[in-house]
Design a protein. Structure first.
Length: 570
């Protein structure tokens, strides 16, 4: 289904495009400096500078001028660039790293989940009863525009009974008020009968391609909806916030990501919510004078085709360089495609594409010069994706830095094949932190769960690997990601999941800096602190090398610098 052509979404796109002349980030109180040191150098010294440059991993000082790194090295070397107008920034023991690069988020969905939709995540509502009580309360208030819309219900994180949700539950809570809750994975939704009726979904409604409306043994709709095209059939009739509200929430979300230390993010699905409006809003926000970070991204195939877009358009502030595909669903939602069944006789998940169809789509966009970004959680989906890439890349391997996203349940043999093809992979590492116990005890079993997100293996194979949040699936938090990558500690029990895949800090830091910079096709400009690179930095309150791995998430982001412009966050 073409999200850009869906009537409700297209209406939102037209409204947003007509009313976003001057998106704003509000107060600029966090900013200092006007031109990134265009005339005189700024020198940072007095703390460790962890460059992520293998030729000089640690430096004593760094000089910035004109938004780029002028020099990095010993205090004596950098001092040669001192002038009467130079500003000296004394780090007082604080640590400087390349700004964090978050290679897989969904910005507009994150904005809505955080600032518009009802929060029904297990952290906010740790029981099914609590979720239904929140739905009932929202329905009694009339919801937003007469609907109750929530994000984050996740039975896989509600032990011991892992309660499912259906239309009958939501009917009892919301009554005649349409109610729609999206699973935290983003691949499943739950609707009451009023919502199904409002969307025109009935017993005879056919399933969209690569998606489904679940039915019971008698053929009746259960209210459970699987995958994007089916979810979009409901979303298109949900009352939307105004264009001004969307712009404000999105700007607020980008500032929140910058406050986590991010200076570059990659939106892996531009067009999912508002079609062309997603693209236009992000572009304008990224180019605003006070923009706190850079944005790269991947279009949905439908939007790229509708726009007639070409790769290479854009600049260092905003560029869409990829095309996003979804090969399967969610592991914790039992829809990721596995070779061996899930626990509890829940089947093996589902593939979203026939292999020939996926191969030809990938081939077409590859030949057009786009980066291919393919979501694949289960090993059966990854097998399909690798076969497609092996056919596509044989005549021209390495032409574009293609990516497999999540790579959750993948075998050593599949990792070796990905490495041979020059593919990079990115891991939703906090699957382990937030879902580890559930994946081990309820979804995959101890053996398979211990091998998910195998970073040590990736490095052994020479794969360029990174960490991401898939926000709003999990919060953007690079420091927590570092903690999980180095310890593999799970949230609820403090047990370790797969200790043989604990990554050392040196390599872990690469997965949030230089490696994802390469994956978002900015590796020549960000992710490493060396002469000539853009002066995108993060300042931490302490040297992460002096912190126990299990306490890495306690580090504080004090500042980010974007193109030499300083932003204070603490």
């Amino acid at each position: 289904m073409c999200v850009a052509c869906t009537p409700g979404i297209a209406a939102l796109a037209r409204g947003a495009l007509g009313n976003l002349a001057a998106p704003s980030f509000g107060s600029a109180d966090a900013w200092t400096g006007e031109d990134g040191g265009a005339e005189y150098p700024v020198i940072l010294r007095g703390g460790p500078i962890l460059t992520q440059d293998e030729r000089q991993p640690v430096a004593e000082a760094l000089a910035i001028r004109g938004g780029r790194i002028l020099a990095v090295g010993s205090a004596t070397e950098v001092k040669r660039h001192f002038t009467s107008g130079t500003e000296i920034v004394d780090l007082d023991g604080r640590a400087v790293l390349p700004g964090f690069v978050e290679p897989h988020v969904h910005v507009l969905m994150s904005a809505l989940a955080a600032h518009w939709w009802l929060d029904v995540t297990p952290l906010a509502r740790p029981s099914k009863q609590g979720v239904l009580a929140a739905v009932r309360e929202a329905a009694e208030r009339g919801g937003r525009g007469g609907w109750v819309v929530g994000f984050g219900y996740d039975p896989s994180r509600l032990p011991p009974d892992y309660p499912e949700l259906d239309a009958a539950d939501l009917d009892a809570a919301a009554g005649a008020v349409p109610a729609l809750l999206v699973n935290q994975s983003g691949h499943i939704a739950y609707a009451n009968h009023a919502a199904l009726a409002a969307a025109g979904i009935g017993q005879d409604t056919p399933d969209p391609p690569a998606a489904s409306f679940a039915r019971d043994s008698a053929g009746r709709l259960t209210g459970v909806v699987y995958e994007g095209p089916a979810i979009q059939a409901l979303v298109r009739v949900v009352p939307q916030p105004s264009p001004a509200q969307i712009a404000e929430m999105t700007a607020r979300t980008l500032r929140e990501l910058a406050a986590r230390g991010c200076t570059t993010i990659y939106d892996a699905g531009i067009g999912l919510l508002g079609g062309a409006a997603d693209h236009e809003l992000l572009r304008r926000l990224a180019h605003a004078p006070e923009a706190p970070l850079r944005i790269r991204g991947a279009f949905t195939p439908e939007l790229a085709a509708a726009l007639g877009a070409a790769p290479g358009e854009g600049d260092e502030r905003y560029a869409v360089v990829g095309i996003k595909f979804w090969a399967d669903g969610s592991t914790q939602g039992f829809t990721g495609a596995l070779n061996e069944p899930y626990l509890g006789d829940r089947g093996r998940g589902r593939l979203n594409h026939e292999e020939d169809e996926l191969r030809e789509q990938l081939r077409s966009w590859h030949r057009a010069g786009w980066q291919l970004v393919v979501h694949s959680n289960g090993d059966r989906a990854t097998e399909q994706v690798l076969r497609c890439f092996e056919d596509i890349l044989a005549p021209a391997a390495g032409a574009v830095a293609h990516r497999i996203e999540h790579f959750t349940v993948a075998s050593d043999e599949q990792a070796a094949r990905a490495a041979a093809l020059g593919l990079s992979v990115s891991h939703t590492i906090n699957h382990i932190y937030y879902w580890g116990e559930s994946l081990r005890d309820h979804v995959l079993g101890a053996g398979r769960a211990a091998r998910i997100h195998a970073l040590v293996r990736d490095f052994e194979h020479g794969i360029c690997c990174s960490l991401h949040s898939d926000s709003p699936v999990s919060p953007v938090d690079p420091l927590l990601a570092l903690r999980t990558a180095t310890t593999r500690l799970m949230r609820d029990s403090d047990d370790v999941l797969g200790p043989f895949q604990q990554l050392d800090l040196t390599r872990a830091l690469r997965t949030v800096t230089c490696n994802p910079a390469r994956q978002v096709l900015l590796g020549e400009h960000v992710g490493t602190l060396r002469q000539g690179m853009l002066a995108d930095l993060v300042v931490l309150d302490r040297d992460p090398r002096a912190v126990a791995p299990e306490r890495l998430h306690e580090l504080q982001v004090l500042e980010t610098w974007l193109g030499g412009r300083r932003q204070r966050w603490a």
